[in-house]
Design a protein around this ligand. Structure first.
Ligand SMILES: NC(=O)c1ccc[n+]([C@@H]2O[C@H](COP(=O)([O-])OP(=O)(O)OC[C@H]3O[C@@H](n4cnc5c(N)ncnc54)[C@H](O)[C@@H]3O)[C@@H](O)[C@H]2O)c1
Length: 259
């Protein structure tokens, strides 16, 4: 249990999966959570569950690849809260295909959402944090940012870029009392993973259960991760207890990939 009372936590991509679990966990530890998602209904679903548990939260539709939209949403949050203490950026997606198959459009799209979007939202939020005495940035990268994965070049490249973006942000913003970290989950059971595994099963012409079994077997702990595993890490990284961890990429893969 970490004390997040009096903290405002912005979760981008909080409508589903890891972002949703992290929003619920942070709210249960006392944070006021702004749940942002391109899918307004999904964001509202997370908020309804937080409110049902007597937590504090609001839902906002936000496409993190649009500077104008991000600015408008962050302005709105800043007017209602004195400060933004934490950004957890959980937005991410992939399009599978080998280098000779993937289209320019898919490559650009994956880079835009995973890397450019992360840059856009965190750059807007650090401007606020600088003016209010500091804060914490947490980007959700992936083990794919440090380990090559077949038919996943755009995503691997984007996540590697995100890990480096986080390091530079930590270097530049430290003097403003802003610390930045990346987290790199292994395979975590979510909709995004299921879509990727189904596509992989199609490509290999095998049943999707085989892809799941193979993935679990590769992990020393012999299971895929859960969104709760990652939510625990996000709550810790959102708390004052972890603030001095700065610029790191924290792996959470059950030992599948070790730094
Ligand atoms: N699930 C895994 O196995 C796994 C492994 C490693 C890393 N990750 C990373 O963890 C993060 C969360 O993944 P997840 O599995 O929970 O995915 P998910 O698809 O379940 O959730 C992602 C959320 O982001 C939202 N989103 C997509 N584009 C957006 C945009 N432009 N602006 C705002 N919101 C947008 C989606 O609507 C969705 O609610 C991602 O960054 C992903 O790359 C996931």
């Amino acid at each position: 249990m970490f004390d997040l009372t009096h903290k405002t936590v912005v979760v981008a991509g909080g409508g589903r999966g890891i972002g949703r679990a992290a929003s619920l966990r942070c709210a249960s530890y006392g944070a006021t959570v702004a749940v942002l998602d391109i899918d307004q209904q999904a964001a509202q679903g997370t908020v309804d569950d937080i409110l049902a548990g007597n937590g504090k939260a609001s839902a906002l539709r936000c496409d993190i690849t649009s500077r104008a939209n991000v600015r408008e949403v962050i302005d709105h949050i800043a007017k209602r809260c004195d400060r933004i203490d934490v950004l957890f950026n959980s937005v991410g997606l992939t399009r599978l295909g080998t280098i000779d198959e993937i289209s320019d459009e898919d490559f650009d799209f994956v880079l835009d959402v995973n890397l450019k979007g992360a840059f856009v939202i965190s750059s807007e939020i650090v401007k606020r944090m600088k003016a209010t005495g500091g804060g914490r940035i947490i980007h959700c990268a992936s083990y794919c940012g440090v380990k090559e994965e077949y038919a996943n070049a755009a995503y691997c490249a984007a996540k590697a870029g995100l890990i480096m973006l986080t390091r530079v942000m930590a270097l530049e913003m430290g003097e403003h009392n802003i610390s930045a970290v990346a987290i790199s989950p292994g395979n975590i059971e979510t909709e995004l993973l299921d879509q990727a595994f189904r596509r992989r099963a199609e490509m290999e012409n095998v049943d999707v259960s085989e892809i799941y079994e193979r993935a679990a077997k590769r992990v020393p702990l012999r299971r895929l991760g859960t969104v709760d595993d990652i939510a625990n890490l996000v709550a810790f990284l959102s708390s004052d207890a972890s603030f001095y961890i700065n610029g790191e990429n924290i792996m959470m893969t059950g030992g599948y990939v070790m730094n």
